[in-house]
Design a protein around this ligand. Structure first.
Ligand code: NAI
Length: 411
């Protein structure tokens, strides 16, 4: 524990990466208490009495009842990608933004995908199985290729797809991509007009789209049939994208020469549960246990990213990238200004009533921001002038106000 008098206090649970301590102090001092595990509920309730922000991973469950017992808690940082462990709506209702680090492991996925492309094109999985299982020595160039000048088809040209595009281009691949949104091509990568066009031209097709109603089951038998004979499919994105039975048939018929799959429609819940899938029968595919983003570097990046977002919220009121809150990036507070942040019910007239109170207090607004999302509004006003001692209470008394903060230069 490092305690700083008057500094906001962060409670970091579940052995967060060390880099989080440096990042949480980026905008001003924050005292940090660390715990290696997730405490029992009663202990957590007690610990939260003194915490301004909390950093968790997947094991700590935060619900509305817990938040009611922690009225001083300002924000929750999920030091991971998923946020299912937090009741997001309940947190929003109480004016508590929740942050995560959705893109911190994207480089790790891009690297594994590139490695898988090379391993598949060199037919390494079959050769490895032969050596491990029976000492088989498949010393042959048959079916093995360099990736140079081969066509890579990327479905979803977002954070991962675009990084992969750059890496694959550097290795001399011809990169094509298909995305539902217009995306600026990196290097010599070329967009295709349709998914079908991409499927029919690529030597390797790799999926990097989110799990949505549109993408679920986007690769079925008819799509696999459109892929070139002898091509490869990679799914390092989400388990529901590919019809596994159809993929099994495409591998059995040798229409596809192999695959690399990291995500599955049904995955074991933990180490004690066995993984089962018809794909296990094939020796020309790489099966991995959903570890596309699991590297120590990604852990460090997650620690840094989530902690930085909490720090920015503490010292600037910034909610950009919060998963349950209107997003505002107000920038640093000007010298001599005090920043008022108010989460409130999204209803007509709130901002004018707020501004009236500010004006009545003799304060001058130098900058103002407002965003709404569903029932929730988030307003920020930078003000100059002598602050009346009861100003916070006045704003808290406004009809619809949920959470009011005053952030000054030495907050
Ligand atoms: P992103 O949001 O940056 O990019 C996704 C792209 O897909 C966007 O450009 C979007 O426009 C596009 N897209 C959406 N629907 C589409 C459709 N129907 N057809 C074509 N393009 C479509 O996401 P990011 O960070 O690149 O992640 C991609 C996937 O990788 C996500 O599903 C994510 O959950 C998964 N992932 C898997 C990991 C693992 O451990 N295997 C780790 C990290 C991410």
């Amino acid at each position: 524990m490092s305690a700083l008098p008057n500094a906001p206090h962060a409670l970091f649970l579940e052995n967060l990466h060390d880099d989080a301590d440096r990042a949480i102090n980026l905008f001003g001092p924050v005292s940090v208490t660390r715990l290696a595990s997730s405490p029992e509920r009663a202990q957590l309730e007690a610990d939260l009495q003194t915490a301004d922000v909390i950093g968790i991973r997947s094991r700590t469950h935060i619900d509305g009842a817990l938040l009611d017992l922690a009225p001083n808690l300002l924000a929750v940082g999920c030091f991971c990608i998923g946020t299912n462990q937090v009741e997001l709506e309940e947190a929003a209702k109480r004016g508590v933004p929740v942050f995560n680090a959705p893109f911190a492991n994207t480089r790790s996925v891009a690297e594994l995908t590139m490695a898988s492309i090379i391993m598949l094109m060199r037919r390494i999985p079959e050769k490895m199985f032969a050596i491990h299982e029976s000492g088989g020595w498949l010393k042959t160039a048959e079916g093995s290729h360099e990736v140079r000048k081969k066509k890579l088809g990327i479905v979803g040209y977002g954070n991962i797809g675009a990084q992969l595009s750059v890496i694959a281009s550097a290795l001399g691949m011809h990169v094509y991509y298909y995305d539902v949104e217009p995306k600026l091509a990196h290097g010599n990568a070329r967009p295709t007009e349709s998914l079908d066009e991409l499927l029919s031209l690529a030597d390797v097709v790799t999926l990097h789209v989110p799990d949505t109603a549109q993408t679920r089951g986007m690769i079925r038998a008819e799509h696999l049939a459109k892929m070139k004979k002898g091509s490869f499919l990679i799914n390092h994105a989400r388990g529901q994208l590919v019809d596994i039975d159809a993929l099994t048939e495409a591998l059995k018929s040798e229409h596809l020469a192999g695959a690399a799959i990291d995500v599955f429609p049904k995955e074991p819940k933990g180490k004690d549960e066995a993984f089962d899938s018809p794909l296990r029968q094939f020796k020309n595919i790489i099966l991995t246990p959903h570890i596309g983003g699991s590297t120590l570097e990604a852990q460090a990046a997650i620690g840094e990213d989530s902690a930085m977002k909490l720090a920015k919220y503490l010292y600037q009121g910034a909610t950009n990238f919060a998963v349950n809150f209107p997003n505002i990036e107000p920038g640093p507070i000007k010298p001599g200004n005090t920043r008022l942040t108010v989460s409130h019910l999204n209803a007509p007239g709130f901002l004018s009533r707020l501004n009236e109170k500010v004006s009545n207090a003799g304060l001058n607004i130098t900058a103002q921001f407002l965003q709404t999302q569903g029932d929730l509004g988030y307003a920020i006003a930078d003000m100059e002038g002598a602050m009346p001692h009861d100003f916070q209470a006045i704003i808290e008394g406004l009809d619809g106000a949920i959470r009011v903060r005053l952030i000054g230069q030495s907050a």
